[in-house]
Design a protein around this ligand. Sequence first.
Ligand code: PEP
Ligand code: MN
Length: 494
Amino acid sequence: MGDHFLDADIRDWSPSTWRSKPIKQAVKYEDQAGFGRAIQQLERLPPLVTPQEIVKLKNSLREVALGNAFLLQGGDCAELFDYCEQGMIESKVKLLLQMSLVLVYGAKKKVVRIARTAGQYAKPRSSPVETINGITMPSFRGDILNSYEPTPEARKPDPSRLVEAYFHSAATLNYLRAAISSGLADMHSPLDWGLGHVLDPIVKDKYQKIVHTITEWLEMMQTIGVSTGGGLETVELFTSHEGLLLEYEQPLTRLCKHPPNVLPTTSNPQSPRLNGHLLPSCSFPSFGYYNTSTHFLWIGDRTRQLTHAHVEFFRGLSNPIGVKVGPTMPASDLAPLLDILNPYREIGKITLITRYGCDKIATHLPSHIEAVKQSGHIVVWQCDPMHGNGRNADITSATTEKSSPPTTTTIKTRHFTDILSELQQALQIHKAHSSYLGGVHLELTGDAVTECVGGAGGLKEEDLSLNYTTFCDPRLNEKQALELAFLVAGFYRG
Ligand code: PEP
Ligand code: MN
């Protein structure tokens, strides 16, 4: 491949240049021969998604950045290989679809849907080790890396899990595609809105009115025939995961000819820049590197250092990408970060996923919005109201031995009111700064778990042990997630 096909900036980049940079959350495989075999296999396996699909999402996110659409992204914190199962996949798709209908109603805009699925297998951890039953062992880092089983042996990084992750992603994606194209998400079929859990009669009445309006609207569309070829029978759903384990992401990143739906450079009003300097003007290259493991990837809050490996890897990708932005992000890092990750200033290529916590957002978001405005970049602003709002709860469970006292364990939870408060503040702050909050990023599941406190069902701390099944962060259950969508819809409608 001649260099002239690629732009100046990418000529000194390849999918492996991240290896010469410092890296956080590094992995050390003891079994180097097994690691080599796994990488060779991943390099041969076919792409999971195509550049056409990736560019389609990038073009949709451009509309979000410009204020013409809304982005809903959600799924598990840590997806397990075990979640690759019909019922769990279906319930997640249905929930995202239902939430998106409520958001269409609220924001009166097209909703772009991205699931955290089919590859959300790697987790960053605050501590590399933990002590369980008096034994210190490596922390669980996601199914792609090690096992949850609490023994030092099972917690060692196992390279065969890299290939297993690929096949579980492929099976999940295959069923997602097949189920959607077979009408799982057909909006003509009645959806089960199940509002029986809503305790407050006024709230219940309000939700029922919204459901009634949406149902009528769907029926009307069908009657007047808007659905003929109009896409009501099916929906678009994209996939995403945190691009944390670069050993996995690298072999699935492939040089591809840009597909015909790629937008020409003329649509980008600004010239490319790096570190604030104008790059020599050059036309948009004909080829680009696409990470074909998923449509959208993000850099986590722990791995977004400007000079480190993750930013180096991501700067070469043609995919739309996200960056988590927490309270430790200096406002002065935002412009250089955006210049590095998006030298062509493609509108909507970058999604800034803010996650400060309900008591910190007011201190940080205004200066972050202003810094991005000054940089001239046009991004998607998405609020993740989950990751800054973690709390600990003590749960007490009786032991089987009558004579021994009940045991108390500390588990992670989140309060619905904190989540809602961060979202509401995000909306208000963006409005006050003439900026557009384009989306939400949630940890949720289609199942009836009890991991977050609050919501219209009145879940309390003492209920958490009923069905607490997460292997990482606490998720909204299907009712809490839908309720959040109703409330956000209400904010937009004023
Ligand atoms: C996550 O999204 O699960 C996560 C670890 O987020 P953050 O990087 O914002 O902590
Ligand atoms: Mn999480």
